[in-house]
Write a protein that binds this ligand. Sequence first.
Ligand code: UGA
Length: 432
Amino acid sequence: MKSINIGIIGAGYVGLTTAACFAHLGHNVICVDNDENKIKILLSGKIPFYEPGLDKLVIENITQGRLQFTTQTQKAVKESLVLFIAVGTPPKESGEPDLSYVENVAQEIGSVLNDYRVIVEKSTVPVKTGDWIKETITRYNKSKAPFDVASNPEFLREGSAINDFLNPDRIVIGVESDRAKEILLQIYEPINAPKIITDIKSAELIKHASNAFLAMKISFINSISIICELAGASVDKVAQGIGLDKRIGPAFLNAGVGYGGFCFPKDLKAFIKIAEELGYDYRLLKEVERINEEQKQRFVKKIEGLLWNLRGKQIGILGLAFKPNTDDMRFAPSIDIINELQARGAKIKAYDPYAMNNAKKILKDVTYCNDPYEVAKNSEALVIITEWDEFRNLDLMRIKELLKLPIIVDGRNIFDPPKMAELGFIYRSVGR
Ligand code: UGA
């Protein structure tokens, strides 16, 4: 394999994982971030968020000299053949993504370009962003150096980012020239996965369409969970029954309190917005969003339905992160659920194995505990919002003794209803 010099601009989840994994594959990688503090942390061998295995991979590759960190975009542009733009595209008030960071990087790259480079969009961006990147680089490219723009969307999930990167279902390469195509294929040569070569706009759409489809699957099964509750059926059996149909597939059919995180909520909004700009009212996706919001409201009503009045009652929350194996609290369902419970007068105690530091920055008036048992102590009900493995292995008899009332409301369906009834719990989950 030929090792290639790669620059990654942006050291967030996607940028840092991409940088560490490309280095692991044998390429020479320079990872850039304009946040000096972040670069200091990375140079000291630590990573600024929790992602299983990433710290080890970063240290290994720094030690072997294949991974460097800098705050200087210019250095990466000078020394790399391929530059990946992996900066943030946070949502604006309107739901549109803020693409100003992408634009800034394109300007910076354009103004220091002096030889052929491939500039690749890695951040999730709306269709046609590639056109803007190309236009921006052309405008700032005083030396008229040749370049290609490409799109290579990322499909990694937080919590399993490295494995998703190294063992992907597919690699999508959107290009306009054979030269860029061959270079990107060389970069990914060690990875054994189908490679989809297409134009830039289709590649951009593949990313939004994938996330929209997965969010739709979740809202679909959540809508089925409502029917199951109304009809007296069991959503896990329905999910199993439909999921075994190969055309449907079993993944992303777990009913619960809805999806959160920094991808689905913002990407759906962005996709709806770009569709609107293109002249299409994406009502299907608006309904996916609505079901997701409703799911959290229904969950709060379920808790209220069991406890009658919430005023002054202590509720114990297990799990705050938007999903297990991450400390990410962005758009976590726990935020809306806790805010709603507090608005109804409940007092909240909570525990999460990794996300409490981030939660403290967002949630107010929450008593944080050292473990699930401290949460259970004197609570009127225990509420599960994130399905950490730690919660699956709880000593339930101890929990029952500590709780004021033996009530568990499970937003992620981690326990078996008949078993919980046998243990003497009043147990409610989603769609069962
Ligand atoms: C998601 C996609 O899965 C990745 O492919 C994509 O690369 C990423 O967004 C991105 O665009 O960067 P991620 O947000 O890390 O990844 O997390 P997921 O595992 O997809 O979970 C998203 C949310 O859906 C979580 O809140 C999770 O609890 C929820 N979910 C997931 C369900 O409620 N039910 C399910 O069956 C699956």
